[in-house]
Write a protein that binds this ligand. Structure first.
Ligand code: ATP
Ligand code: MG
Length: 423
């Protein structure tokens, strides 16, 4: 039986990789504009890192992690998200000692979920994190950066929903009120929500089941449990968003799947994604460093799902072309091939990409391949040309295949000349 990739884990093939690379280039540019620095952490971490940070009762930790026993008996986990590792690395290397930090990361994440459109077991995220700022200004900056991204990608703008989960103590009071409200309705709730009532009641707010939603309509709002300073900061954020002309709505039912968030949380939701409609999600997680043995550390950030983002880009009708070589190098005979390898290097040193014909192949066959490669030009070195110290340069696109013969030492300048003419 042939071996296939693991279910929900996809190969990114050469035919499609350029759209990933184009997207990554846009991210790099954007992060430079906002002065965020990249951080790279291992794909595998101690299991405790995630159970302590994301929360034992979260879906991720309770049923989605890829956890293995290491050969020494310890438990290790393929990272399901990036933030816990960044905080771990920051604490380990003293990055947060009296310092503020803006960082970004990218890479594969692993969650054992049911694979479907926009949901995979290995998927990719790009995320940013700002450490050391507790105000609404950094929140506005991070939201502004994500807003800029949609503009740079020229896609239909996702809609921004924000909420405020309050402080730990505010949320405890809210949970009591929510449970007190839901308890009498328990039998009318869907099965999942009934289970969550005891140990993860906040997540009930996330339910998409109509009967549960109807009951939630009259549930107390989490915003009523914010204290004065939290309300002021949330209000300030909204004023900043308005000033930056970033449309948003407050969704007091939005909670996030990771337990470490406090106060401001947000999601960018796109209508073209079907059930998996959130493309970017994040918020504040001031207590995460404490859970991992550090001090209180104000933190705000988000993660974007790249597969979902690429779906949106594709649906917007944008096609980015595969890169093509500029020159296809054709040669016949072993002496000519040797010379061809030397000349191809000269072209590359002059900044032109060259696909070298390697292996056998008649002249006709090589021309066919040159055509198929998408190259603009073929440089041809047959036995005859080789003996005369010449190469032929052939235009492959339009121009009726015009060809000129030049001395080898003029090859690079002739190629440049021809390219100028085409432009
Ligand atoms: P969802 O509600 O869709 O499960 P989540 O709340 O679990 O998302 P986060 O952990 O906040 O998502 O991750 C941020 C982003 O990463 C999501 O908005 C989404 O774009 C992407 N993402 C999360 N899980 C997956 C997955 N299994 N496959 C593909 N993308 C994912
Ligand atoms: Mg999820």
């Amino acid at each position: 039986m042939s071996i296939k990739s693991i279910k929900g884990m996809n190969d990114l093939l050469p035919e499609k990789i350029h759209s990933w690379q184009a997207l990554e280039a846009i991210f790099h540019e954007l992060f430079k504009m906002y002065d965020y620095r990249e951080i790279r952490t291992p794909l595998v971490e101690s299991t405790a890192l995630f159970s302590r940070s994301i929360g034992e009762l979260s879906d991720i930790v309770s049923k989605e992690m890829y956890t293995f026993e290491d050969r020494n008996g310890g438990f290790i986990t393929l990272r399901p998200e990036g933030t816990a590792s960044v905080v771990r690395a920051g604490l380990q290397h003293g990055l947060f000692h009296n310092q503020q930090r803006r960082v970004w990361y990218q890479g594969p994440m692993f969650r054992y979920e049911r694979p479907q459109k926009g949901r995979f077991r290995q998927f990719h995220q790009v995320g940013i994190e700002a450490y050391g700022w507790s105000g609404a200004d950094i929140e506005a900056e991070v939201l502004c950066l994500s807003n800029d991204l949609w503009g740079k990608l020229e896609i239909k703008q996702p809609t921004l929903e924000i909420n405020n989960l309050g402080s730990v103590s505010g949320r405890t009071s809210y949970l009591q009120a929510l449970k007190a409200y839901l308890e009498p309705h328990k039998s009318e709730l869907d099965e999942d929500s009934q289970k969550r009532l005891d140990n993860n009641a906040l997540r009930i707010l996330d339910s998409k089941v109509p009967a549960t939603c109807a009951i939630l309509d009259s549930a107390p709002s989490i915003l009523e449990f914010l204290d004065q300073s939290e309300l002021a900061r949330f209000d300030e954020l909204q004023k900043l968003l308005t000033a930056m002309e970033i449309p948003y709505s407050v969704n007091e039912r939005m909670v996030r799947g990771l337990d470490y968030y406090n106060n401001t949380v947000f999601e960018w939701v796109h209508s073209g994604l079907g059930a998996q409609s959130t493309v970017c999600a994040g918020g504040r997680y001031d207590h995460l460093a404490e859970h991992l043995g550090g001090k209180l550390l104000p933190a705000f950030g988000f993660a974007i799902g790249l597969e979902r983002l690429l779906d949106i880009i594709e649906a917007s009708g944008q096609v980015s072309d595969s890169p093509k070589p500029l020159v296809y190098f054709i040669s016949e005979g072993s002496s000519a091939r040797k010379q061809a390898l030397v000349l191809a290097r000269e072209l590359r040193n002059a900044g032109h990409s060259v696909q070298m014909h390697c292996g056998d192949g008649s002249f006709k066959n090589q021309i066919k391949r040159a055509d198929k490669s998408g190259a603009m030009l073929a440089v041809i070195l047959g036995e005859d040309e080789y003996k005369k110290g010449k190469v032929a340069i052939k235009l492959l696109r339009d121009n009726n295949g015009a060809q000129r013969s030049v001395n080898m030492e003029h090859m690079v300048s002739s190629v440049a000349e021809l390219l100028n003419q085409i432009d």
